[in-house]
Design a protein around this ligand. Structure first.
Ligand code: MEV
Length: 370
């Protein structure tokens, strides 16, 4: 078991470029994983959703102008020109950002290191795209290259990185690049993940806009990886087919998932109990089962978490594989639930305790047991 204690990644944290031995610079960008507490799939149809950062589960992109044009990542190592189609979203983010800031793309080499597992509903594709965009912006800042229209963005004061989830025109341009990369990776998407992997705390995503969510009490979550890969495009496509074939009940389930998010917002703000929130997570899991995106593995992990004392549990992200998230009320409960999930077959388990912070400064503790 590895144990760590850390703060949630600040969205606009300075990510200083590292001078290299040859006098050149490398640009560095980071992003973290995310967990959807409520609202996945429904958010594709305009319903609200809640996402929280899985900080400590992070990705780093490093870009250097070394003239070699190499891509180094866990699925592929070689010339960027020869990257497989599955890495097109990454190459698009690299080229799109370089084009935007006027940096020649030929000869840029990119390295991606990280800990956000792919295809597990934890936002890996958005995290990679965000880290890549940030790394290129960071490198560009050292060459005096700026994102255009930076008048009211964090870039205007010379900050070397930008938040793709921010509000200024430059941030919107960077956010659009991450969205473009996501569209290649997943097809139709709600736009939630690019904000969630860049946010420094829980967010409510509603009307295509993220807003920070206040927590009136600590929020304890245990996330377990079923170990199987889920395809977001396939899961979203399955729900779309269901909506076309059987619109009335499907629409009712999507709306019920939206109402669960609305209730969860009230509970997280202190107008409800943890037991009620757990009940809503259990309801959400059943609705997602009915939408056809759960699997026997996800069902048994969710059941094992509740059996071990979690207040509630559900699949998180697109489903058809991937992860479950369970609500716990203490570190002891997190430990017991994590153990039960490992016994039930989870490949990895993370615990995330987001501390209540009425004053707005949030902290989280992360712990991984494998
Ligand atoms: C993916 O993390 C969540 C889904 O709702 C898809 C989306 O929001 O684009 C399944």
């Amino acid at each position: 078991m590895t144990t760590g204690s850390m703060s949630v990644t600040p969205a606009l944290a300075a990510q200083a470029s590292q001078p290299r031995g040859d006098g050149g610079f490398e640009g560095v960008g980071r992003a973290h994983g995310k967990v959807i507490l409520t609202g996945e799939h429904a958010v594709v149809y305009g319903q609200p959703a809640i996402a929280v950062p899985l900080s400590g589960v992070e990705l780093t992109a490093t870009v250097r102008a070394d003239g070699r044009g190499m891509l180094t990542s866990s699925p592929f190592r070689g010339s960027i020109e020869d990257a497989p189609a599955s890495l097109e979203p990454v190459v698009t983010a690299l080229r799109g950002t370089a084009d935007l800031i006027g940096m020649p793309v030929a000869g840029l080499s990119l390295t991606i290191d990280g800990d956000v597992p792919m295809g597990r509903g934890l936002g890996s594709s958005a995290a990679v795209a965000t880290a890549v965009v940030r790394s290129v912006v960071d490198l560009g800042a050292h060459r005096g290259l700026r994102v255009p229209d930076a008048a009211d963005s964090p870039l205007a004061d010379g900050a070397p990185t930008a938040d793709p989830g921010g509000r200024g025109p430059a941030d919107r341009a960077l956010h659009a690049l991450v969205q473009q990369s996501e569209a290649i990776a997943h097809g139709r998407s709600s736009g939630l993940d690019p904000y969630a992997v860049a946010a420094d705390g829980p967010i409510l995503y509603s009307g295509s806009r993220p807003t920070p969510l206040r927590l009136a009490a600590d929020l304890g979550l245990v996330v377990a990886d079923s170990g199987s890969h889920g395809s977001t495009a396939q899961a979203v496509g399955g729900v779309r087919t269901l909506m076309a074939d059987d619109p009335l009940p499907t629409r009712a389930r999507i709306e019920a998932l939206g109402q669960i998010t609305e209730h969860a917002v009230q509970i997280l703000a202190g107008r409800g109990t943890r037991a009620e929130l757990g009940h809503e997570l259990n309801r959400a899991h059943v609705l997602l089962q009915e939408l056809g995106v759960s699997t026997p593995e996800l069902d048994s992990l969710a059941a094992a978490a509740v059996e071990a004392g979690a207040d509630g549990a559900k699949l998180t992200g697109s489903g058809l594989g991937g992860c479950v998230v369970a609500l716990v009320n203490s570190a002891e409960s997190a430990h017991a639930v994590g153990k039960a999930l490992t016994t039930a077959g989870a490949a990895r388990v993370w615990t995330s305790i987001l501390a209540a912070t009425p004053d707005g400064s949030r902290e989280s503790r992360q712990e991984e047991a494998s």
